[in-house]
Each structure stands twice: as C-alpha cells, then as structure tokens.
Design a protein around this ligand. Structure first.
Ligand code: HEM
Length: 509
C-alpha cells in the first residue's frame, strides 16, 4: 500500500491540540460461530429491501433502522448488499488499518467524475494519492493555517455586511445559504487566491436546476451567480440524486440531465485550468495550497504533481472543503439559537479572550475552548459528512461472528455511532461539556469520528475547525440572534447534511 508513505493523519505532528482520548479498545473480538447480520423485515424477492429506502433522507432512515436493528445491519437492494455499522466496538474493528482500509462507496465513486484521483476520491493504491498527501500536508500545518487566517477574515467581511443589512432591515437570514457562501469564499481565497465574491454576486441567483427538468428541489439554489458555482451546485445535486437510483431508471429518464452534468464538469475544469494557468505565469509568494502544489516535490518520490492532478486537487478542495464546513456552521447556529444559555457562555468566553471589537487574532481562536466544544458537540449530533466506507483486506469475522470475506465493505454511520450508549442515555441533548478533557478521556477514541479514520481521514480538519470557531466567534460577538420558534430541525441530505429552511433574525450587539 502506497498510502503508508506519508504520515498517517492520526499521528500527524500537526494534529489538533486537545484532550488526549483513552486508549483504543483491542480492535478484534475472538472468532465464535458465524451469525447472520440482522436485516429489515419484509424483504422482497428480487427487489430485496427496496421498500426500506428513503431516497430523500437515506442517512436519517438508516439511523432509524440502526436504532431498531442494532449496531450492525444489512440491506440488499436489487442484489446490491450494504452493511451498515454503528456500534463503537464494531467501528473500532473496521477502523483497524491492518485488516480494513478506506473504500470508495457509490457517492464517492460518483464524485470521481468531477475530481478523478484527487485526494478524497483516489483509490488507496493510486500513486497520486501518496504524492499529493505528502505535498499538501504542510499546507494544513499550524503555520499554514496562520497564513490563511487573514483570508478567512476577508471572506467574513462579506458575511458581516450581509448580516448588518439584515439587522438594519429586520429581514431573516437564510443560514445554510449564507454559510455556503462564506465557506466557498474562504476556500477560494485561502486555497487558491480566487475570490468567488459570493455575497456580492448573489443577487437574483437562479435555481441550480429547474425543478421541472430534473426533479431538483426548488431550494437547491447556487449560492451565487458565478457560473462556476452554478455548475458545481448542479453537478453535486445531480450526483446526489443519481447515487441511489437504479441504472435502468437513469437510462430511461436521465439523458438530458446526464448531458448537462457533462457540460457542468467541463465548465468547472476549464475555470480551474484558467486559475492554474494564471498562477503558473506568476508563481510563488501567495502562501496557499496552489503555490504548494505548483512549487513543491513529494519528498518520498522526488516527483511533483502533474497539471491534471493539480486541477483535480483544486476541485476536491472546493467540494470537500465547502459543504461540510457550511453544514457544520448551520447546525451550530441552530443549536446556539436553541440554547441562549450556551450562546451566552460562548459570548462571555469571547469577550474575555478578545475584549474590544477589532478582528480576532489567530492565537485568540485557540483560546476559545468552550466555543470549540460547541463545534465538537455539533459534529457529534450532526456530522456533516455522515459516514465513510471501509473494505476488508482479508477474510475476517467482524465482531467475532459476522463473516466478511475479502473484498466485503461496510458503511460507518456516524450520527448513530455518535449516539452509541457510551455517550450516556441523553444522546439527543446538546451538551458541549461532553467534550471536557476528563469526559473525552473516559470514552473510546472510536466513539467519535466526524473526520474519518486512518491515513485517509480529513486533511482539512484543522482548517475546518479554525474556520468554524472563528466564524461563530465573529458572529456571536457582533449579533444577537433568534431562531423562528415554529421551526423544527429539517435535515437536508445532499452527500453532506445541513439544516434546511432554517432562518435567524439578527440584531447588532
Ligand atoms: C467540518 C468540516 C469537515 C468534515 C466533517 C469533514 C469530514 C471528512 C471525512 C469524514 C473524511 C473521510 C472520508 C472517507 O473516509 O471517505 C474527509 C476527508 C477529506 N477531507 Fe474533510 N471534512 C471537513 C472539512 C474539510 C475541509 C475544510 C477540507 C479542505 C480544505 C477537507 C478536505 C478533505 C480531503 C482532501 C479529504 C480526503 C483525504 C484523503 O483521503 O487523503 N475537508 N473529510
């Protein structure tokens, strides 16, 4: 496996500072007699468990099934087998790199159409994974993050002027839309020096796909008028919609949408190629991910990344670094609005760490430990990337009793793992103090995996956490906000999770 060439993300020297978790439990259980994995009731001939699928909210449906069927269950849809694992002991086993590895599940394979062998969608043995991992890892170190702080603040200016106007007019803000605008601007500026200007180009943005053409929800709108953003929103919506459908349905009804999808990907590639070409003419001095990719060689192989792979990495970061952080911020704002006492405690911490109203400094963000726990707890209840796929490297018995022949794969269902009994008996309540160091130490490390596991875990973890804490701090210190008391949390699933239809009324402090 080439993937062991670089540092593993879990042992990364720039791993996030924080409480040290308890030692992992032993990853394998001694083998006993083989058992049958629980399945849903009412399995049909040929169609299998098709009736158990909720195409609009597959993750939330799987959570209900896990609550009913237990820490492991199997679904078969028209012959395709899916094993869903969510109990902490079983997850601990499938996270063991000596027996299991990352697998590219269906939605991730579909993303390959956009990002090919970019970091997120590369197969484990594709040479470009190790090369890009080694070249890009320094781009996520503490010192690199420090240099992105200014770009994050610049992107936040756009959000602040939009919320200032809303505060003046009394209009509610659409939280998910604004968080998407912000995170796109952040990754564009910090990663590639590209300004999407989402808050200035946003007026009158068209729906991502006309609902009557494609079945898209009217709510799926691109966050700005930028043609790249329109193409990306539409391409992701297409991937989401076609991830769970049946091939013959797609063939019959999906020709027009497939042609549009190809055109969208072509447009995204050409925009990114232009950005790279322009930077290649004036390389250096930007201190961002693009400079790193254009100007560094992989210390292990002595090779640099080829231009097509650089394009794949840029597309990867725009996709992987945008929706996930935006969803997390949306959920965090939802919980802060629900719990004024938690918002007040966070504000008190911010005021103590950063009196006055100048922009927060990089070092001040690391001192906001309570607010960081708010983000941790948000990622527990609603991990924006709701799971990851693992495949077995050799015949094994999962949990000592479920046979997993070589090549079998499972899906780790994170929101349910994060509600495992090790979290206590009030797992639905929002309680940031679950992440106090002594509480963290009491739990197995594998009880909490919002950023995945092993060498293929999230390279952008610290970037995302810094961005999330900074954004929430800037919003909390500038605005009081109240949610609509009639709103009940509605979670939109589109590869990632985010609150849908959630608005806030904001008032300047
Ligand atoms: C709260 C925000 C985020 C969450 C919850 C999150 C979650 C994850 C998860 C669960 C994985 C592993 C997927 C798998 O095993 O298949 C992953 C991988 C990845 N993430 Fe993130 N992510 C976040 C933010 C970011 C950001 C901001 C970036 C970039 C700036 C990023 C870039 C990546 C990349 C490139 C990978 C693939 C790493 C590899 O395989 O080498 N993510 N992320």
């Amino acid at each position: 496996m080439r993937q062991t060439l670089g540092v593993t993300a879990d042992k990364c020297p720039h791993a996030i500072a924080g409480p040290s978790p308890a030692t992992d439990p032993a990853p394998t259980t001694p083998a006993g007699p083989a058992a049958v994995i629980p399945t849903p009731r009412h399995r049909l001939p040929v169609l299998g468990d098709l009736l158990s699928v909720d195409p609009a909210k597959p993750v939330q449906k799987e959570m209900r099934m896990a609550a009913e069927l237990g820490p492991i269950f199997e679904r078969k849809i028209v012959g395709q087998r899916l094993v869903v694992v969510s109990g902490v002991e079983l997850v601990s086993e499938v996270n063991d790199e000596s027996t299991w590895a990352k697998s590219l599940g269906q939605p991730i394979r579909k993303l390959r159409g956009i990002a090919e062998d970019g970091l997120f969608t590369a197969f484990n043995n594709e040479p470009n994974w190790a090369k890009a991992h080694n070249i890009l890892a320094p781009g996520f170190s503490q010192s690199a993050l420090r240099s992105y702080h200014g770009s994050m603040l610049r992107a936040l200016d756009g959000l602040r002027s939009a919320w200032d106007s809303a505060a003046a007019t009394g209009d509610p803000v659409d939280v998910s839309r604004d968080m998407n605008r912000l995170t796109l601007d952040v990754i564009g500026l910090a990663g590639f020096g590209y300004d999407f200007g989402s808050f200035t180009k946003s007026a009158g943005a068209e729906p991502a796909e006309r609902p009557e053409d494609t079945g898209a929800e009217p709510a799926e709108r691109p966050v700005s008028e930028d043609p790249f953003v329109t193409a990306m929103s539409r391409a992701l919506a297409h991937i989401n919609r076609t991830s769970n459908d049946l091939p013959f349905v797609r063939k019959l009804f999906g020709r027009k949408a497939a042609a549009q999808h190809e055109a969208d990907i072509a447009l995204m590639r050409s925009v990114v190629d232009d950005v790279i070409a322009e930077r290649s003419r004036q390389p250096g001095g930007h201190d961002d991910l693009l400079d790193l990719m254009l100007g560094t060689v992989d210390p292990a192989s002595g090779e640099s990344l080829d231009p097509v792979n650089i394009r794949n990495q840029v597309l990867t970061f725009l996709v992987a670094g945008n929706e996930t952080t935006a969803g997390t911020l949306g959920f965090a704002l939802y919980y802060l609005a629900q719990h004024p006492e938690i918002a007040a405690a966070a504000r008190a911490e911010i005021d103590a760490v950063a009196p006055g109203d100048g922009p927060l400094s990089f070092d001040q963000i690391g001192k906001l430990r309570y607010l960081r726990r708010v983000v941790d707890e948000t990622l527990r209840l609603w991990p924006a990337a709701p799971g990851y796929f693992r495949k077995v490297r050799k015949d094994t018995m999962l949990g000592g009793r479920y046979p997993m022949p070589l090549g079998s794969w499972v899906f780790v269902l994170l929101p349910q793992l994060h509600r495992d009994p090790v979290w206590g008996n009030d797992t639905e309540s929002f309680d940031p103090d679950r992440f106090l160091p002594d509480q963290v130490r009491k739990r197995p490390r594998d009880a909490y995996r919002p950023f995945g596991t092993g060498p293929r875990s999230c390279i952008g973890r610290q970037f995302a956490l810094h961005e999330a804490v900074l954004t929430l701090a800037e919003l909390l210190r500038r605005y009081e906000f109240t949610g609509d008391p009639t709103y009940t949390l509605d979670i939109q699933e589109a590869v990632t999770l985010k609150p849908r239809g959630f608005t806030l009324l904001v008032r300047s402090r």
